[in-house]
Design a binder for this molecule. Structure first.
Ligand code: PNS
Length: 171
């Protein structure tokens, strides 16, 4: 039983993330989209709203039979991933910078917990999309909806009517 775990902050979950889930779904028996509190970032969208937007998107895209959303506790990613039953991690690689950033983490996750990481090259049509870029476009009045599933767009719009949340306040 191959269970892929796709970890991330997903602030918000983009069309690039959705493409990664679709491709992991085709390669694995189960996919877990694991939403994390990243202590190095303050989140724009509240944690529960991010999870709910991803759940809605997976259902709408017909992926919910084998893809689900779960949460990662703080601490080592390998430990959280193993508790959730993951057999491997899946990460999207948009460019050389992504690979340079992900390579040592993949090696550490293998070293610390024997957990392999499958790197999938991002579709070139989606390779310029990042959650931070989408947040910036939205905050400057641009059309962020072209980069987001509907549920993520609604979550971002709702979050931007309230002050930013700090990751420590989101439990
Ligand atoms: O870039 P993101 O989306 O905010 O990433 C969130 C997450 C959970 C994927 C990231 O914070 C992460 O991989 N943390 C790993 C923490 C860890 O286990 N470090 C030690 C070995 S890599």
């Amino acid at each position: 039983m191959l269970t892929a775990l796709i970890p991330g902050s997903f602030d918000p979950f983009t069309l690039g993330h959705l493409d990664l889930v679709r491709r992991a779904y085709a390669l694995s028996d189960r996919v877990i989209v694991a939403v994390a509190h990243n202590p190095h970032k303050s989140a724009r969208i509240p944690f529960d709203a991010r999870c709910e937007a991803i759940r809605e998107t997976l259902a709408r895209e017909g992926l919910a039979d084998r893809a689900s959303v779960d949460t990662l506790p703080g601490g080592l990613l390998v430990e959280g991933a193993k508790k959730l039953g993951a057999t491997h991690l899946v990460k999207g690689i948009r460019n050389a910078q992504d690979l340079a950033y992900e390579e040592p983490m993949a090696r550490a996750n293998m070293d610390l917990g024997g957990l392999d990481t499958l790197f999938l090259l991002t579709d070139p049509a989606l390779a310029h999309i990042s959650s931070s870029l989408v947040r910036e476009i939205y905050s400057l009045g641009g059309d962020a909806s072209r980069y987001l599933p509907d549920a993520s767009m609604r979550a971002l719009a709702a979050a931007c009517t309230t002050p930013a949340v700090d990751s420590k306040e989101q439990s």
